[in-house]
Design a protein around this ligand. Structure first.
Ligand code: ZN
Ligand code: ZN
Length: 372
């Protein structure tokens, strides 16, 4: 498997961002990224103006973010604009899906900040909704806003990010785990960066919340591909979209440690499987984790932590069916630990019949994975 690092959920000058797609791609290149996902609000002008493709050696995927007041939805791989309908998010999900697009619930829970639009938040309200690809579990801007309870705290955490609390919200992880018990729900992460410019302390201190440079070194989504990223943009896009659709990816914070090289796999008597795959309990799966550097490695089944290990690797024999995922945490300079890496899940099923009923559309990925 080849690993490629990308950054999803960016806003450009096509909506309320402050950098062009070209400028964002140049910054992504200097951050060593392979792809970026642009999600300007409501429309696809970037796509219509030919800004999807290789830019500065980075694959720029142009999707959009639909809805305004609440129920924000990130869409990729669509070529026709989808009308917002914040009151009926199911209509939006269905319209994206009808085009063969991928859709992710954006920042489902937010804390907001009294300094920002009077604490306004843009959460997700309809948990009966179905048919979405996944959830954005880690949104850097949203979490930073939650850190900015007052001006001194905001400034401290802005200039000293290590002091900020950047872990994904518990509510978001809980809802992801709950939904994952019934079906595959792919986790992604990003910054939701706009590069807002503002001045604080009576206009004395210029602040760009956040600059793209910082954002493009924050929360990334890593995809695992079967082969090298193709030279043809069309094929490269298809490979990235396929990995995101299948959940063959993980989400990680790059600010303080380099998470490249993380792996979560299942070894069974039928071969090796990766994140996003389903395996059979009867095939005696052993789950293996490799971390690029020492950390606290947690195995989580159906939302419950079942094993905690410290080191660069860990192993667990799966003895029950369920949705298994892994978190790696790193020590924090100021004490305690901070979230670093979130895997997508490997599902362990009781038998083949259950699996094909629960995941009829995903049996091909299982076949494909078995070949790796
Ligand atoms: Zn949003
Ligand atoms: Zn956004």
């Amino acid at each position: 498997m080849r690993e490629y690092v990308g950054h999803l959920h960016l806003h450009s000058t096509y909506s309320d961002g402050t950098a062009t797609i070209e400028e964002i791609a140049a910054e992504a290149r200097s951050a060593g990224l392979s792809f970026i996902g642009i999600n300007d609000h409501h429309h696809l002008d970037g796509l219509y103006h030919g800004k999807e493709g290789w830019i500065e050696g980075v694959a720029a995927l142009v999707g959009c973010e639909i809805n305004d007041l609440e129920n924000h939805y990130l869409a990729y791989n669509i070529d026709r604009e989808v009308k917002g309908d914040a009151a009926r998010p199911q209509a939006v999900i269905d319209a994206v899906r009808a085009q063969g697009g991928l859709g992710f619930i954006a920042h489902p829970f937010e804390k907001g900040s009294p300094l920002w639009d009077r604490g306004r938040t843009f959460g997700w309200t309809d948990w009966q909704a179905h048919g979405f690809t996944g959830i954005e579990i880690w949104n850097f801007s949203s979490l930073f806003r939650a850190n900015a309870r007052n001006v001194p705290l905001a400034l401290l955490r802005y200039y000293f990010l290590r002091a900020a609390r950047l872990d994904p919200l518990r509510e978001t992880l809980d809802v992801w785990d709950l939904l994952s018990r019934a079906r595959k729900v792919v986790a992604i992460g990003g910054s939701d960066n706009h590069g807002f410019r503002m001045r604080t302390l009576g206009g004395l201190i210029p602040v760009r919340l956040f600059d793209y440079r910082t954002a493009l070194r924050s929360v990334h989504t890593h995809v695992l591909l079967h082969d090298d990223l193709p030279v043809s943009f069309k094929a490269a896009k298809a490979a990235i979209i396929e990995a995101l659709a299948e959940g063959r990816c993980f989400v990680a914070l790059h600010l303080f440690d380099d998470p490249r090289g993380f792996r979560f796999e299942a070894e069974t008597r039928r071969g090796r499987f990766v994140m996003g795959d389903e395996v059979l309990l009867g095939d005696t799966p052993v789950l293996r984790v490799q971390s690029p550097t020492r950390g606290m490695i947690r195995f989580i089944r159906d939302g419950r932590t079942i094993s905690v290990n410290h080191g660069r690797s860990a192993e667990l024999a799966a003895r029950q069916a369920g949705s298994y995922r892994v978190e790696v945490r790193r020590s924090r300079m100021l004490g305690g630990t901070r979230a670093w890496i979130f895997s997508n899940a490997i599902r362990v099923s009781d038998d083949a019949r259950d699996m094909s009923q629960a995941f009829p559309e995903q049996t091909s990925s299982r076949r494909q994975a078995a070949k790796t």
